[in-house]
Design a protein around this ligand. Structure first.
Ligand code: FA5
Length: 340
């Protein structure tokens, strides 16, 4: 029995050293440990052996050795496969350079960067601001006291501590005036939230870009010049615009700046609520109360502000008919916009 086991041990050692894949290891397992394998046959021959106990122990030790070596060889093969996979895999790029294969910019990101670039070239700084703000930032500092009906148009999501998700990027005006004083030129894009029913041109979560210019002798002509420049650079063609009076407690006078709907060419469609026009960028001369609250000397300085609807701008620029597509996570449609 001892000689037989030693002979089997030697041929097993040779075979396992040559096995190069899982299939060959499995064949070996069946050959040695299977129902009709060598070890089963050794067990059968036990009945002809005198010292059954010693022979049984030898067979058992051999069986354990075969099992352990098979497991070890399997592990080694799996490790080698993983290492080969890692070696063959594309290298991780810590710089996160944009690669067409990996993904694409969201159309709102593209529109934001483009508008940022336009204003940067005109001397505006780009500011970042919180999404969770307090009542003072979002309303009080903007000449909208607690009882004011203008609040009804901007219901939002409130936190238990009284803070709220900002309804408008104007919520940063006060802090930015206090941070820089006058003169200043700044834009501040951001996500806004409103508790409202959605349709093709209204979302509960959308982007705006606020802009402010404060200095000596800033007038409506400056405001119109910057709005015109921005729109002609974004759309790179003549588009029909209309300016009409608009009421916002934080500007005086205030305007609504609408653009001719580029989806239907002005005929009327769901994207413009069948009016042919889309409210895009309300604006106006900053109300003296707001300037004063921001620490600006109203004897010396005036300024304009605007609140560009960035998501709507992206709709018009990229011909996206329904604003709800932006938050849909539908990569098939969103990943079409790759250039920057
Ligand atoms: C405001 O939010 C003012 N803060 C804008 C402003 C700034 C006026 C500075 C004067 C001076 P309004 O609620 O109209 O205004 O929103 C501004 C723009 O944001 C709209 O013209 C529109 O383009 C976009 N907008 C508003 N609500 C939504 C919505 N629910 N979904 C998508 N875009 C919206």
């Amino acid at each position: 029995m001892k000689d037989r086991i030693e002979a089997l041990g030697a041929s097993f050692a040779e075979a396992i050293s040559k096995a190069v894949n899982e299939t060959e290891l499995e064949a070996l397992r069946i050959e040695y440990l299977g129902k009709k394998g060598h070890i089963a046959s050794l067990m059968q021959s036990l009945r002809d052996v005198a010292d059954k106990k010693a022979a049984g122990q030898m067979i058992n030790a051999f069986k354990c050795e075969v099992e352990a070596k098979l497991t070890e060889a399997q592990e080694a093969l799996r490790r080698a496969a993983v290492e080969a996979q890692i070696r063959g895999a594309k290298k991780y790029n810590p710089t996160l350079n944009f690669s067409e294969e990996l993904g694409s910019y969201h159309p709102i990101t593209l529109a934001t960067r483009e508008v940022e670039q336009i204003f940067r070239s005109m001397g505006f700084t780009i500011e970042d601001y919180a999404e969770v703000v307090d009542d003072y930032e979002c309303f009080e500092s903007l000449n909208i006291p607690n009882h004011h009906p203008a609040r009804d148009m901007q219901d939002t999501y409130y936190l238990e501590n009284g803070q709220l998700l900002k309804t408008q990027t104007s919520a940063a005006q006060n802090a930015i005036m206090k941070k820089y004083g006058a003169p200043l030129r700044a834009i501040f894009p951001g996500r806004c939230f409103r508790n409202e029913s959605t349709d093709a041109c209204h979302e509960n979560t959308f982007f705006q870009m606020e802009g402010m210019m404060i200095g000596e002798d800033i007038s409506i002509s400056n405001l119109i010049y910057f709005m015109k420049t921005m729109l002609s650079e974004v759309f790179k063609r003549d588009i029909k615009v209309r300016l009409r009076p608009g009421f916002f407690p934080f500007v005086e006078p205030g305007f609504e700046l609408d653009i001719n709907c580029l989806i239907c060419g002005g005929d009327g469609c769901p994207s413009c609520k069948n009016s042919g026009w889309l409210e895009l960028c309300p604006c106006g001369m900053i109300h003296p109360n707001v300037l004063r609250d921001g620490g600006i000397d109203t004897e010396k300085y005036t300024g304009f502000a605007f609140g560009l609807g960035l998501t709507r701008l992206a709709m018009m620029k990229y011909g996206i008919k329904d604003i709800r597509d932006f938050n849909s996570g539908d990569l098939k449609s969103l990943s079409q916009f790759k250039s920057l």
